[in-house]
Design a protein around this ligand. Structure first.
Ligand code: HGY
Ligand code: MN
Ligand code: MN
Length: 345
């Protein structure tokens, strides 16, 4: 097993439980950032943390005055997440930058914090103003497209826009046995009707998706009519218009958290040419998942994303997330080639 695989395993086991459990700000994610900092220092990179705690390792270029070229991803995970989501992009970035070595432009490896709760680390990096000129994120597809096309790698064209909201339903708690059915104000019944409305609204808009991922019932006793329900909505669409339509249909009000973005044509071309160099089909596809790359692209950084095929039907945010070692090796090769070209031009 190579260093990359061993590092992925080490990161995967940090939080215990079934799957990756490196929740942002928790002990496991904090430890993951410490490990990555150690690996970067061992590789001879200059490591620093920004004000938010994002980890950046630099390999100074021969022309440090030029805008830097970064690669990386995030180390935090969802509960019981997959082995590859985020972590692969960080450990592969270390390998690729070591393989490129000193280039004209300074090369950076970044591990963004707190991506799963809304790309907070990369948003903080943008607010802090200290950004690279170019960024490439390697990430598992987290979907079925590449597997269906039998393509190991893909170049991302665009990243979906998304908005997350909490919705509260206020009812009237009451006795489950003595309150007549026509005298109830059951918050959970109202919430259940809304959940079906979320599904219907997303189905009615081409390319839109919407999910109620968390629902909490209060007081939560078996013999009490629910008095309050809090639920979350994750709404996404390929463009601002359709996302706006979805939010309006769900009475969520305007407000896009993460803007839909097109990725940089120059970086996309370099990535496509790397796939061709490897004799692979130069598949291009949109991302239905949000990524730190989308935040940097929206901030004007020349950004590209390289997807690695997800197996098992593309399942992700699950311990069943799977990508082959062969595809990972191809991805590191393509990322290395792309960085070499982007850092010397
Ligand atoms: O939710 C997402 O799209 C990503 O996994 N953070
Ligand atoms: Mn991710
Ligand atoms: Mn994720």
């Amino acid at each position: 097993m190579g260093a990359l695989d061993e590092r992925l395993d080490l990161l995967y086991r940090l939080g215990g439980g079934a799957g990756a459990n490196r929740i942002a700000g928790g002990d496991a994610e904090t430890r993951a950032c410490e490990l990555v900092s150690e690996w970067l220092e061992e590789a001879g990179l200059e490591v620093e943390r920004d004000a938010f705690g994002n980890v950046v390792g630099r390999l100074r270029g021969s022309r440090p005055e030029l805008p830097e070229v970064w690669t990386g991803s995030h180390l935090d995970s969802v509960p019981d997440g997959g082995r590859y989501d985020g972590a692969l992009g960080v450990v592969a970035a270390i390998e690729a930058v070591i393989a490129v070595g000193r280039a004209e432009r300074t090369l950076g490896v970044v591990a963004f914090r707190d991506e799963e709760r809304g790309c907070n680390g990369s948003l903080a990096a943008v607010a802090g103003g200290r950004l690279p000129g170019r960024f490439v994120e390697l990430h598992v597809e987290q979907g079925p497209v590449l597997e269906r096309l039998d393509a190991p790698l893909g170049v991302v064209t665009s990243i979906v826009g998304s908005t997350r909201r909490e919705v509260v339903f206020e009812g009237a708690a009451g006795h489950a046995g003595t309150t007549p059915m026509d005298a109830r104000d059951d918050a959970l019944v109202a919430a259940a009707e809304y959940v079906l409305r979320v599904r219907a609204a997303a189905r009615a808009i081409d390319g839109a998706v919407a999910t109620v991922g968390r629902l909490e019932v209060e007081p939560g006793a078996v013999n009490v009519i629910p008095g309050r329900v809090r639920l979350t909505v994750d709404a996404r669409a390929p463009d601002a218009d359709r996302l706006g339509q979805l939010l309006e249909a769900l009475d969520l009000g305007p407000g896009i958290d993460l803007a839909p973005v097109e990725l940089d044509p120059t970086v996309r071309a370099v990535l496509r040419e790397e796939l061709e160099r490897l004799g692979l089909p130069a598949v291009e596809l949109p991302s239905g998942a949000g990524h730190d790359a989308g935040v940097l692209a929206a901030a004007g950084v020349e950004t590209g994303m390289l997807f690695v095929r997800s197996l098992n039907g593309g399942v992700s945010h699950s311990p069943d997330e799977l990508t082959s070692d062969e595809d990972v090796a191809l991805a590191v090769d393509a990322l290395t080639g792309a960085l070499r070209r982007l850092a010397d031009s």
